[in-house]
Design a protein around this ligand. Structure first.
Ligand SMILES: NC(=O)c1ccc[n+]([C@@H]2O[C@H](COP(=O)([O-])OP(=O)(O)OC[C@H]3O[C@@H](n4cnc5c(N)ncnc54)[C@H](OP(=O)(O)O)[C@@H]3O)[C@@H](O)[C@H]2O)c1
Length: 229
């Protein structure tokens, strides 16, 4: 049976990914910061195991990886934050930048995602599988006209880290993706977003299935279109 680990799976895109993989018969390892309130995740039917994990806690990431010994075909570092205190708006223009808030965004979107890939690399190596980060079109220099300093820079740095990772793990037969999920109707994407979480997850799952080891990460959107760096 194929297996996947998904971080931040209690709501939004992560929850839909868990539902789609579970519905397809995969063994799903789904993580959430607070398992007690992860009622939607716990209601997902299928072969699913839930784990408590805050990706800002690198010791906890390592402990979870040490606890799990089975191979993983796919690891999806999905957990992320916008950096907006209320989940809306775009904070911080020059002269008004919140460096502590920016550091928090980096901690989760960059270090949390990379540390997840690093800790579970041995599991993915056993399966000659795939390491995936959920990035954003806002990481792209082509989109440098919108977004926020913390969010865009965290995802741009993530893309660079995933590129370096791709070079390192290609000889071990591992593929690396840094994927744009679309503008998705979630707490982060907001109600005006045109893509449903289900369509995003369905597309991401198909894209992930097609990823091959390469000299750089695949920066691709949920519809399979290669994204400009
Ligand atoms: N929605 C969009 O339009 C869009 C576009 C481009 C990229 N993305 C990316 O897609 C990914 C998922 O976004 P989404 O739209 O599903 O967002 P969301 O609905 O806000 O969900 C974010 C998820 O990340 C988790 N998370 C946040 N901080 C965490 C931490 N420190 N440790 C563990 N989990 C943590 C949240 O858990 P809690 O419930 O505990 O907070 C939640 O499960 C993110 O990486 C985001 O940047 C989204």
């Amino acid at each position: 049976m194929s297996s996947v680990l998904i971080t931040g799976a209690n709501r939004g895109i992560g929850l839909e990914l868990a539902r789609h993989y579970a519905a397809d018969g995969w063994q799903v390892h789904a993580t959430a910061r607070d398992l007690t309130s992860a009622t939607d995740l716990k209601a997902v039917s299928g072969n699913i195991t839930c784990h408590a994990l805050d990706v800002a806690d690198r010791v906890a990431i390592r402990q979870l990886a040490d606890k799990m010994t089975d191979p993983l075909d796919v690891v999806i570092a999905n957990a992320g934050v916008s950096g907006r205190p209320d989940g809306g708006g775009m904070p911080g223009t020059i002269g008004d930048l919140d460096y502590e808030g920016w550091r928090d965004v980096m901690e989760i979107n960059l270090f949390g995602a990379v540390a997840t890939c690093e800790a579970f690399l041995p599991h993915v190596e056993k399966a000659k599988g795939k390491l995936v980060a959920i990035s954003s079109q806002l990481a792209s220099n082509a989109n440098a006209f919108l977004g926020s300093y913390p969010y865009n820079s965290s995802k741009a740095a993530l893309n660079m880290a995933m590129n370096l990772l791709a070079i390192e793990v290609k000889p071990r037969g591992i593929a690396v993706g840094t994927l744009h999920p679309g503008w998705v109707k979630t707490d982060m994407g907001g109600q005006h977003a045109p893509v449903t979480p289900s369509d995003s997850a369905n597309g991401l799952k198909q894209v992930i299935a097609g990823l091959e080891p390469a000299e750089r990460a695949h920066f691709v959107d949920f519809e399979g279109n290669t994204h400009p760096w």
